[in-house]
Write a protein that binds this ligand. Structure first.
Ligand SMILES: Cc1cc2nc3c(=O)[nH]c(=O)nc-3n(C[C@H](O)[C@H](O)[C@H](O)COP(=O)(O)O)c2cc1C
Length: 174
């Protein structure tokens, strides 16, 4: 049966290491799995509970549909200022009322200079959303910039193996 994996990068930066990690994971996707990296994070408007009604903003509806159709979600993100990047947290706030992530298998990868604050905070947020965070598919990758070359290839063997292992654990559940 075809499976659908949906990946979200918490970094909007062109040439982002997190985006490159998601591209690397995509190269490992088996033929029976569709793998898509979300490219519309910047279009999600600021969360406003007053607009979170039957007709939410289009970008929010589209995102909820994409996640609803996914068998698993991968979130790969840096840390900013000891926290979760604002636009990623903003986006997750839009997913609370719709229950979009409830019981959804999620792989969390935090790739940053250090990253443990964002990683911990995201685990809490995903818990609040009742996501099914797959522990074996969850990874904290510090010093990410030193583990990649200028073309965005992951040069660190341990990091590549960690990602291969995490992704295989996620796939095994689908
Ligand atoms: C404004 C800003 C704040 C940052 N704060 C942190 C931080 O608190 N902790 C950390 O681990 N890295 C921090 N970083 C470093 C980023 O995590 C690092 O640049 C990472 O590579 C960004 O991810 P990207 O390559 O996917 O864009 C910060 C970077 C910026 C630009």
């Amino acid at each position: 049966m075809n499976k659908n994996i949906f990946a979200i990068s918490g970094s909007l930066r062109s040439g982002s290491s997190n985006h490159n990690i998601l591209k690397f994971i995509g190269t490992m996707a088996p033929a029976h799995a569709a793998y898509n990296i979300y490219n519309n994070l910047a279009q999600i408007p600021p969360f406003d509970p007053g607009l979170d009604n039957e007709t939410p903003p289009n970008a929010v509806t589209e995102l909820r549909n994409l996640i609803n159709h996914a068998d698993a979600v991968i979130i790969c993100t840096p840390e900013y200022a000891f926290g979760v990047p604002g636009q990623l947290k903003n986006t997750l706030d839009w997913l609370v009322s719709s229950s979009t992530l409830v019981d959804k298998p999620v792989s969390l990868i935090t790739a940053s200079s250090v990253g443990n604050n964002a990683h911990t905070a995201l685990l809490l947020t995903l818990g609040a959303l009742s996501a099914n965070v797959i522990e074996e598919a969850t990874l904290l990758i510090p010093f990410i910039r030193a583990k990649m070359d200028d073309e965005g290839n992951i040069t660190d063997k341990q990091t590549r193996e960690g990602l291969e292992n995490a992704f295989s654990k996620l796939l095994a559940l689908l």
